[in-house]
Design a protein around this ligand. Sequence first.
Ligand SMILES: Nc1ncnc2c1ncn2[C@@H]1O[C@H](COP(=O)(O)OP(=O)(O)OP(=O)(O)O)[C@@H](O)[C@H]1O
Ligand SMILES: [Mg+2]
Length: 346
Amino acid sequence: MPRRAATPRASSDPRRTGVIDLVEVSKTFRTPGGEVHALDHVSLHVEPGEIFGIVGQSGAGKSTLIRTVNALEQPDSGTVTVAGATISELRGKELREARRRAGMIFQHFNLLSSRTALGNVELTLEIAGTGRGARRRRAQEILDLVGLADRADAYPAQLSGGQKQRVGIARALADNPRVLLSDEATSALDPETTRSVLDLIRRLSRELGLTVLLITHEMDVIKRICDSAALMEHGRIIENGAMEQLITTPGSRLAAALFELGELPPDRGHRIVDITFTKQTSSEPVIAKLARDQGIDVAILGAAIETIHGGTQTGRTRLEIPGSADEVERALTYLREQGLFVEVVR
Ligand SMILES: Nc1ncnc2c1ncn2[C@@H]1O[C@H](COP(=O)(O)OP(=O)(O)OP(=O)(O)O)[C@@H](O)[C@H]1O
Ligand SMILES: [Mg+2]
């Protein structure tokens, strides 16, 4: 099956307009210890309504990237366009207006402890200059949308982590932004609360046509809600694409992290391959048929099956194929003919 190479999207083509477009964005911090290239010619294209995840090690430049999207950080070079406005070129009032296109949520919620849930949500609208009555109505409406209508009068200290993040989401969305930015918004939450907050973000994205750019270190977050993902390292994007594409890209590090198959066993001279399958190409009958039709017995060394959001089942199975070079070749051909993506790992 033909596959596109890693970094398959034409993300640096400025003619393509998404909701978020970064073209060759660079940002260097000068510190007493020297220069830090936090962003090094980063190009990124996020489609309308897409949920896009960014992963990478600490210091990779993820937060700096997201901060260029809401103009908390100005790039040294390159352009950042959000919902049609090139925010990296705007100043003053125009910039403040453009900033309203993106709402942001944070790991530690950043709520004002002196204000109720409703008061926190209203804050966004106060800053936007919305009148008192409209402000209150909108804040109540959006609290209802995140399932917190009955806790409008509670203070942050009286709310659970999940509830606080729902307030954070309501606050971020109160002024009808086109984009929701999230910097590790579920990292302080337990797994179950994480799932419910992620499901809420996905629902809101669908209902409001919201585009989401999120940073996470949790692969489960990527699997659960992301349509596309990028891997950052040393200020660069080193992998980038739609999930279905990434998981079948040869040598993809994101795919390997998403489907952990463990260490390779000791070398016994046998060929080891990883096969990737989707719901259309389940692995088991194929492996059984390989033995029956081709007389080739393979050993299953590991399997990881994941349900990517939307219910698409995707998985990887690691097989050991004994036999002569001829037999191995025959097995590989057979697997590929069945529509499976086959990657030889040893
Ligand atoms: N205001 C700043 N001044 C100087 N250096 C900075 C500044 N902001 C970020 N950096 C540096 O830029 C690099 C990227 O930082 P950034 O916060 O974007 O990383 P990150 O990927 O978000 O990391 P983490 O996962 O730890 O949050 C780091 O080396 C960081 O120390
Ligand atoms: Mg960060």
